[in-house]
Design a binder for this molecule. Structure first.
Ligand code: COA
Ligand code: AMP
Length: 659
């Protein structure tokens, strides 16, 4: 494999070490994990220090910083607001879809967050109570997260692209006292009214919140529900007028800061829990050591606060580190053009951008020669970070050619909260091969296991697992579901956390993440469960059986494709049912599922024991070589599948090509 372009680090940042300290840092952690994290924890202000850095007897696999008291909002906001960074911009809001630019200093943030915290308290929210945040990419979403942290409440942000039924599932699981939402979100092609989605979700949910705090947006205000809803701006203004101080409440380091639901192998999402103390320690450590960014610099994660990247690298890590963070309400293309990212970088002096490869592919499709980037002064820009899906070498090489800065692929999951593998900029970059997501970070003992749980040789593909205990910032458990946590992650390979990713470590210790081992697909950097989609499709009265697989898509990486077997005697045409199925998935899961392909087939291919052969269908659809599974019930079905796909312009047509 070709070696990655090597950059002269001196020209990038004179302060960065010339020889990488990575290996020494990793060894230091391996020899003394507790000493390593105790040192990192010095960067955080604690109300009460820990009794134990790591207590193996607490929680499911142990807990970090037990006995300590701290507050995440204090470390992210107050200590900067009350210190020398008070007037520095903490958050820059850039919204091409509303033509708005706003800057909030750390002092401004403290005022906004305290006022909203007072509103929450007046609504009966106290320590440990849950608050769901269902909002577009507006500063108030960030204030809401921090206001919860301030008073020890547990936030759960739900991505705006999810529909009512998904929101309802999360309401029932988290049981929030309050929901903070907005009248609408703005997509390039349309205004998305959030209020009807919220009302519908509350109607569907068994659990009902006491109150909803609604941000009215000028673009499309909404009616408030009497007795339940209050106006965000009015409530905050009156809280501010009283001048009431809401101090940061000391909470245990092991208390939950938030729950973030992520796709599991069924329609029921998993409530990933994040603690306060270890989360701060790991995120603060990552900002310099992994991302090479200094306090006071401008960092931009072009994600959404509804995803883990948004939680960690729009909100918490940059603010904990005293950086300015950019909140961008727009898309890489179409708002208004494929030069938007470069405009934001130039205009706000961004030193590092974190995005998903799909965003670059979208830009590349519209501006392959990179003409638009040349119009902007990118002299402050040092590094481009990619995660969320595998960074394909073509896209990485294209980006390197356009913007002349290192393009770094790194790998992590909602569950871990910060990178598992990386090419650490602050510690000193290594020469990493294309297609690799770097080397394991301190804290992560990554092993590749065969299906029986034995380690495989370098270069052999296997199940990627992490030796327990998991490091700071990783999930200690799932919300109210210790047993589900054990079953989903810890049981299959005793002593390890199962990542559900497949990959290999090469002889140089570089990690390559190749695919998921479960039913999760990655659509435009969004993690989705095909099992969840199958549950929705199976509800349709005309569907006897179904299967959903991910098929390759040039821009989004993968998109879902549903196969339907209709009940006998259905009067309507397959095309009519297919259209209904597409609409149903959009209604139940949301537009984010990008479910646009439904294919009616006579039968689904199965093993003799009745297991649907999704892997083989996926190979056919993706034009990959495939072998006839020896346990297949009836091989002729595979040709029927190929023919049906071919009619939709997908995959290879012809007899079983790999037999
Ligand atoms: N609220 C409501 N609807 C939303 C939404 C939100 N917050 N986010 C997305 N949607 C809708 C979109 O409008 C689209 O609807 P449509 O089917 O009517 O067109 C649908 O959900 C699918 O959205 P998306 O997958 O984002 O496709 P897109 O064509 O709008 O944009 C990209 C494609 C590549 C530009 C976009 O997905 C992108 O920027 N991806 C980066 C991903 C990312 O940041 N991931 C986080 C990990 S780092
Ligand atoms: P999420 O929890 O939404 O962040 O999605 C996590 C999943 O996205 C991982 O388990 C991987 O399957 C995939 N993923 C994230 N980053 C990368 C990467 N750099 N390379 C390959 N896959 C990735």
């Amino acid at each position: 494999m070709p070696s990655r372009l090597l950059f002269n680090q001196e020209t990038i940042d004179a302060g960065r070490p010339k020889l990488s300290n990575y290996h020494a840092g990793y060894e230091r952690w391996k020899k003394d994990p507790e000493g390593f994290w105790a040192d990192a924890a010095q960067e955080i202000d604690w109300f009460t220090p820990w009794e134990k850095v790591f207590d193996p007897d607490e929680g499911v696999y142990g807990r970090w910083f037990t006995g300590a008291l701290c507050n995440t909002c204090y470390n992210a906001i107050d200590r900067h607001a009350d210190g020398e960074r008070g007037d520095q911009p903490a958050l820059i809001f850039d919204s091409p879809v509303t033509d708005t630019k706003q800057s909030f200093s750390f002092k401004d943030m403290k005022v906004e967050v305290s006022a909203l915290a007072a509103v929450l308290q007046d609504s009966g929210v106290g320590k440990g109570d849950r608050v769901i945040i269902y909002m577009p990419m507006v500063p108030e979403a960030v204030f809401a997260m921090l206001a919860c942290a301030r008073i020890g409440a547990v936030h759960s942000v739900v991505f705006g692209g999810f529909a009512s039924a998904e929101l309802a599932t999360r309401i029932d699981d988290a049981m929030p006292k309050v929901i903070i939402s907005a009248s609408c979100g703005i997509e390039p092609s349309r205004v998305v009214a959030y209020k009807p989605l919220l009302d519908d979700a509350i109607k569907i949910a068994r659990y009902k919140p006491d109150r909803c705090v609604i941000l009215q947006r000028e673009v499309q205000p909404c009616n408030l529900t009497e007795g339940r809803d209050i106006d965000y701006a009015e409530a905050v203004a009156s809280a501010r007028a009283t001048g009431r101080e809401v101090p940061c409440l000391p909470v245990a380091a092991i208390d939950p800061l938030y729950i973030l639901y992520t796709s599991g192998t069924t329609g029921r999402p998993k409530g990933v829990v994040r603690d306060n103390g270890s989360h701060m320690v790991a995120l603060k450590w990552s900002m310099w050591n992994e991302y090479g960014v200094k306090p006071g610099e401008v960092f931009w994660a072009a994600s959404d606060v509804g995803w883990v990247v948004g939680h960690s690298y729009i909100v918490y890590a940059p603010l904990l580190h005293g950086c300015t963070t950019v909140l961008f309400e727009g898309k890489p293309v179409g708002t208004p053009d494929a030069g938007t990212f470069w405009r934001v970088i130039a205009e706000h002096g961004v030193v590092a951008l974190f995005t998903a490869p799909t965003a670059l592919r979208a830009i590349k499709a519209q501006d392959p020669e990179g003409v638009l980037s040349q119009a902007y002064d990118l002299s402050k820009f040092r590094t481009l970070f990619l995660a969320g899906e595998r960074a394909d070498p073509d896209t990485v090489k294209w980006a390197e050619g356009q913007i002349k800065v290192p393009v770094i692929d790194h790998w992590w999951q909602t569950e871990t909260g910060s990178p598992i593998s990386h090419n650490p900029v602050g510690l000193g970059m290594l020469s990493v091969k294309y297609g690799s997501s770097g080397v394991p970070m301190p804290g992560y003992d990554v092993r590749i296991l065969d299906d029986a749980g034995h380690e495989v040789e370098a270069g052999t593909l296997g199940n990627v697992a992490i030796k327990l205990p998991l490091p700071p910032a990783c999930l200690p458990t799932l919300w109210n579901a210790d047993q589900r946590f054990r079953e989903a992650y810890l049981v299959e390979y005793p002593g390890y956390y199962k990542t559900a990713d497949a990959g290999y470590l090469d002889a140089d210790g570089l990690l390559f993440i190749m695919a998921r081992t479960d039913d999760i697909i990655n659509v435009a950097g969004h993690r989705l469960s095909t099992g969840g989609m199958e549950e929705v499709i199976a509800e349709h009265r005309d569907v006897a059986e179904c299967a959903v697989i991910g098929i390759a898509d040039e821009m989004k990486g993968q998109v879902p494709c549903g196969f339907l077997v209709l009940n006998a005697g259905v009067a309507r045409t397959p095309a009519e049912v297919e259209a209904e199925i597409v609409a149903l998935v959009r209604k139940k899961i949301g537009p984010v599922a990008s479910f646009k392909i439904a294919v009616t087939v006579k039968r689904l291919p199965k093993t003799r024991s009745g297991k649907i052969l999704r892997g083989t269908m996926q190979s056919i659809a993706n034009n990959k070589e495939w072998k006839l599974p020896p346990t297949i019930d009836d091989p002729a079905i595979l040709d029927e599948i190929a023919a049906a796909l071919s009619q939709h312009g997908i995959g290879a047509w012809g007899p079983s090509n790999g037999v």
